[in-house]
Design a protein around this ligand. Structure first.
Ligand SMILES: Nc1ncnc2c1ncn2[C@@H]1O[C@H](COP(=O)(O)OP(=O)(O)O)[C@@H](O)[C@H]1O
Ligand SMILES: N[C@@H](CCOP(=O)(O)O)C(=O)O
Length: 292
């Protein structure tokens, strides 16, 4: 069994805990029945004993496999990690969605994306990464009770994500603690109006107005202050023609959306100016999680 889950960029500026899209950078897991539990890990985090142990994946897989099949069996798990860890590209969501996808398919239960998404909400309480990780594409999501309500729009193939990945990790849990408990009405309206406007722009493919729509006053600047170089990343990406340039999730990655024809030029300028950061040009993903 092969499970494949894409990286995701959440918030997209003003859509805090609401908007997100999937990019074509995938973690893959091969799962085989085995006499003993065994794991192998390649790629991102493979040198880190905590990541190699992958207790997040194993606990979710085991809990759900038991719930669905009524059994406790052993498996071999082969992890190929391509999503940078703790960088704001939804690595934890990818692990959660992969573990659930694995548990459902190994237990022989029909693969139902809505069900996987609602289960994923038990492990990650904001829906903006788990939704595109499961569904692919651009997604608007909200939570009511224990369910995610979401709407997906497929992304066109003439756009690219130019993703700047700093060498420093930022834990999402920690990065949420720097945010205020209360917001002023003006800040709230500023971001709320742009999140709504941005959604309309994505739904109508009106890319050229994203610069206005992607501004935010709820979380971005507060978080970017932890790594002030990110302000220069954003300035340069916009100067070079990015359609929008936003902190990816809680950071440290920066997400830039660009026309395909501009993407390599933007990426090269960013590489030249920030040689210590990794810069990827990625297609957008419309498939989300795959189990086969
Ligand atoms: N490929 C992976 N293998 C094992 N654990 C992972 C992997 N990716 C993420 N994690 C877990 O998720 C945590 C990172 O989650 P988080 O801070 O939300 O980062 P991100 O912004 O990338 O989602 C890691 O510390 C680790 O516990
Ligand atoms: N809305 C969340 C998104 C976190 O994304 P991640 O990729 O950093 O886990 C937030 O802003 O905290």
């Amino acid at each position: 069994m092969l499970i494949s889950v894409p990286a995701t960029s959440a918030n997209l500026g003003p859509g805090f805990d609401t908007l997100g899209l999937a990019v074509d950078l995938r973690n893959e897991i091969v799962i085989k029945p085995s006499k003993f539990l065994s794991l192998s890990t390649h790629g991102e985090g493979a040198e880190n004993p905590k990541i190699k142990k992958n207790s997040l994946f194993l606990s979710i897989f085991n809990e759900n496999y038991k719930r669905l099949s009524g059994k406790t069996d052993n498996f071999r798990f082969e992890f190929t990690n391509r999503i940078p860890i703790s960088r704001g590209l939804g690595s934890s969501s990818a692990v959660i969605v992969a573990a659930l996808s694995g548990a459902y398919t190994m237990a022989g239960v029909k693969y139902n994306k809505r069900e996987i998404l609602n289960q994923a909400l038990r492990y990650e309480h904001h829906p903006d990464n788990i939704t595109p990780a499961v569904m692919g594409g651009f997604n608007v999501a909200c939570v009511e009770g224990d369910r995610v309500y979401s709407k997906k729009r497929r992304m066109p193939d003439y756009l690219r994500a130019v993703v700047v990945v700093p060498n420093r990790t930022i834990s999402t849990a920690r990065s949420r603690t720097v945010l205020p408990k209360m917001y002023k009405k003006e800040e709230t309206v500023y971001s709320l109006s742009r999140a709504a406007y941005m959604t309309a722009l994505f739904m109508s493919e009106s890319w050229d107005l994203l610069r206005i729509a992607s501004k935010d006053k709820l979380h971005q600047a507060r978080r970017m202050k932890m790594m002030p170089e990110l302000f220069d990343v954003q300035k340069l990406a916009l100067k070079q023609g990015a359609l929008m340039s936003t902190l990816s999730g809680s950071g440290s990655t920066f997400f830039n959306l660009a026309y395909e024809k501009d993407a390599d030029k933007i990426a090269q300028s960013l590489r030249d100016r920030f040689p210590h950061f990794r810069v990827f040009v990625l297609a957008l993903d419309n498939n989300g999680a795959i189990a086969r």
